[in-house]
Design a protein around this ligand. Structure first.
Ligand SMILES: Nc1nc2c(ncn2[C@@H]2O[C@H](COP(=O)(O)OP(=O)(O)O)[C@@H](O)[C@H]2O)c(=O)[nH]1
Ligand SMILES: [Mg+2]
Length: 275
């Protein structure tokens, strides 16, 4: 599981500090080094780690950790609080739009897990007595439409598709369809694209303009390495995303890259939990 290695290493770093009545500056420095290594090994972005360490150091000095009654515990508390902040506090919930349908647009790299997540989201919404509609706006990969149709069938959610016509047009028609048939949430599955592919990125921007999604969600594969940070920056610059959904956390990913995405975009992590 992702983050397992990270928490194990942090426990290790913390162990050295607990049970000690008094600790020295050097103890704190050593612990900080261990924390830094643990984050880097978990694939957290270098600058994110640097900022994190700076923050913890400043707080430790500011709060005079060394001279407190239980300096080890105090230091661990600061690290934990800052880690929580780094992860964006608690996981944010998806929001509803005032008018029907609420539109969620999923975007991200090819293979990130958008189509799979579209199905998971739809199922989650069904359980909340919503009436979701899936829209197939990936027209570039052969079989992308039928993949979404299979996903839709598995969870019992209708799929709107218009073959390979302009996906922006399809998205617009899906909104009308949802409105007409009383489907109150529309999940738009888009084509995976590289953040450097200007034409395809432009298509996403046009889609945003055309349907004004309530949430633009960047789907990030937890296995992605450091490039996830650049990807997230590009998507966020172009689309001003609303949140990040991390997939494949069940794999053996180190998870740090996804964590960094949250830090560099400043956007909350949103899993499939719909509020
Ligand atoms: N282990 C695991 N595999 C996943 C997960 N989500 C997607 N996948 C797999 O990743 C591959 C790409 O997923 P897909 O939804 O088609 O990605 P898309 O190109 O972004 O639409 C497929 O083989 C999925 O089965 C997940 O949460 N865990
Ligand atoms: Mg897909």
């Amino acid at each position: 599981m992702a983050f397992e290695g990270l928490s194990e290493k942090l426990q290790g770093a913390f162990k050295k500090l607990t049970g000690k009545g008094k600790i020295s500056e050097q103890n704190i420095k050593d612990a900080m080094r261990d924390v830094r290594m643990a984050l880097l090994e978990a694939d957290v972005n270098y600058t994110v780690v640097k900022d994190f360490i700076k923050q913890v150091t400043e707080r430790s000095i500011g709060e005079k950790v060394i001279s407190t009654l239980n300096p080890g515990q105090q230091f661990i508390k600061i690290v934990n609080e800052e880690l929580t902040k780094l992860m964006g506090g608690s996981v944010a919930k998806l929001t509803w739009s005032p008018s029907v349908p609420t539109i969620y647009m999923l975007c991200g790299l090819q293979g990130a897990g958008k189509t799979t997540m579209a199905g998971k989201l739809a199922l989650n919404l069904l359980k909340q007595n919503k009436k979701p509609l899936l829209a197939a706006c990936d027209i570039y990969r052969p079989a992308a439409i039928s993949q979404l149709q299979i996903v839709g069938r598995q969870v019992g959610v209708p799929v709107f598709e218009k073959g390979t016509q302009d996906p922006v047009k399809t998205a617009k028609e899906a909104v009308e369809y949802a409105r007409y048939y009383g489907q109150d949430v529309l999940i738009i599955d888009t084509a995976g694209r590289l953040h450097v592919d200007e034409e395809l990125m432009e298509e996403l921007r046009r889609m945003k303009e055309a349907v004004h999604p309530q949430e633009i969600l960047l789907v990030v594969d937890a296995m992605t390495g450091q490039d996830a940070v650049n990807v997230a920056k590009s998507f966020n610059d172009l689309l001003n995303i609303d949140g990040v959904i991390v997939t494949k956390l069940d794999g053996d990913a180190r998870g740090g890259a996804a964590l960094s995405v949250r830090a560099v975009t400043g956007k909350p992590i949103k899993f499939a939990g719909v509020g």
